[in-house]
Design a protein around this ligand. Structure first.
Ligand code: 57M
Length: 359
């Protein structure tokens, strides 16, 4: 909205020309989202505490988690609010990709909210069933896939990192592929969200990485120079990524060890889905496996552990899944696991960025 109100004034006040620039708006979108989280955070935490939206801690988990009982959850609502407000303020709302990512982010936030609300506020032992959650997520992701697919000129080839000559065309199957990327990322982030700052740190790193990819993919000259897919209009997603990263930092302020608040499903499902949809729109879908490698490894640790557990009647590969619990049970203090996982996420992001040159 700031873009729509202030940029047209550049004919009378030349300085307002600055609102045209993606880079400028990205910086201010991230600052806006950060400040909303930062200033509203204490109030939200107080409100959640009064509402007694305190986290129930599983008795079969690592012992170190018992002291976390009562930490308010559903703080992800704050992330969602600040991302949406900042995006509405700083992006060009005539760009349909912005509405697609907002739909995916808000829709998944709503699913997470329903789940958290039933569990935390209504004190039902279970929120939505895993099946219901998945169906709702799939509906939103397929709608998003259809919207992206129906954009004139949207390329249904899948970009394979490091191999510029391999790009299978999925045709209408791209809709389901996009849905798979969005739902998969959403759930992988949810599984990772089990230690203070463990999910939000890498989510910021992935958002920042895709900030670069969105800018590059949306700039015809740079895209041609780097020989990557040019996606007309995708540069606006840079501003959205900025808002995500800013909100992430604002939330991390309170979620860092020892956490004053957890994000809940309202945060983890929406963040993951947002990142998945950004990867689809920027045509760096498969690369997300590397950029968000940490989320992938956490999800795989669950798949292998549960599979092996069932096949062998109770034997385990890891001391506990998801993987972060394995290291906790090996005796690593929680902050050590968190920061080491962040370091790995940064390294993966750097390797991913090198694909801009290595192809
Ligand atoms: C949600 N939720 C956290 C918080 C957060 C199939 C199975 C492996 C699934 C998995 C699972 O349910 N994962 C998804 C993980 C929970 O956090 C809440 O949930 C929200 C995210 N959805 O925002 O509201 C707990 O995580 C801790 N936490 C922090 N700091 C944070 O910033 O410390 C969260 C955020 C919180 C808090 O303790 O209560 C969670 O872990 O439950 N299930 C599991 O992860 C379980 N694994 C398991 O059972 N593994 C088995 C195999 C055979 C299935 C095994 O390996 O033996 C573990 N979860 C827990 N304890 N809590 C088991 C032990």
């Amino acid at each position: 909205m700031i873009y729509h109100f202030l940029y047209p004034l550049h004919t009378t006040i030349s300085g307002f020309n600055v609102f045209r620039y993606i880079t400028f708006r990205t910086i201010y979108a991230s600052l806006t989202a950060f400040l909303i989280c930062f200033f509203l955070g204490p109030w939200v935490i107080r409100k959640l505490t009064t509402l007694q939206v305190g986290q129930y801690i599983r008795e079969d988990g690592p012992e170190s988690h018992f002291q976390k009982a009562g930490t308010p959850t559903m703080g992800g609502a704050l992330i969602l609010f600040s991302v949406i407000v900042s995006t509405l303020l700083w992006t060009n709302l005539a760009n349909s990709y912005i509405w697609i990512v907002l739909l995916v982010t808000f829709g998944n936030g709503l699913i997470g909210f329903m789940d958290d609300y039933l569990m935390q506020v209504k004190k039902r032992s279970k929120g939505l069933t895993a099946r219901d959650k998945l169906i709702l997520q799939l509906i939103i992701a397929i709608i998003a896939g259809l919207l992206v697919y129906s954009r004139p000129g949207f390329d249904t080839h899948v970009t394979v990192p490091f191999f510029k000559n391999i790009a299978p065309d999925l045709g209408w199957g791209y809709v389901f592929f996009a849905a798979f990327v969005i739902v998969g990322t959403s759930n992988a982030v949810n599984l990772t969200d089990g230690l203070d700052g463990l999910a939000i740190g890498p989510a910021i790193i992935v958002a920042a990485t895709y900030m670069v990819f969105a800018y590059v993919a949306g700039h015809i000259k740079i895209a041609q120079y780097l020989q990557i897919n040019y996606v007309a209009g995708s540069a606006e997603i840079t501003v959205f990524c900025g808002a995500l990263a800013g909100a992430g930092f604002g939330f991390l302020w309170f979620n860092t060890y020892p956490a004053q608040v957890f994000m809940g499903d309202v945060g983890s499902l929406s963040l993951g889905a947002a990142l998945g949809s950004v990867a689809v729109i920027t045509k760096q879908e498969i690369l997300l496996v590397l950029v968000g490698g940490l989320f992938v490894v956490e999800a795989l640790s669950v798949i292998f552990q549960v599979g092996y557990f069932k096949m062998t009647n109770g034997r385990r590969i890891f001391k506990m899944a998801p993987l972060h619990h394995h290291f906790e049970l090996k005796g690593w203090p929680e902050p050590k696991v968190i920061v080491r996982f962040w370091i790995i996420a940064i390294i993966l992001a750097l390797i991913s960025m090198s694909t801009l040159k290595l192809r």
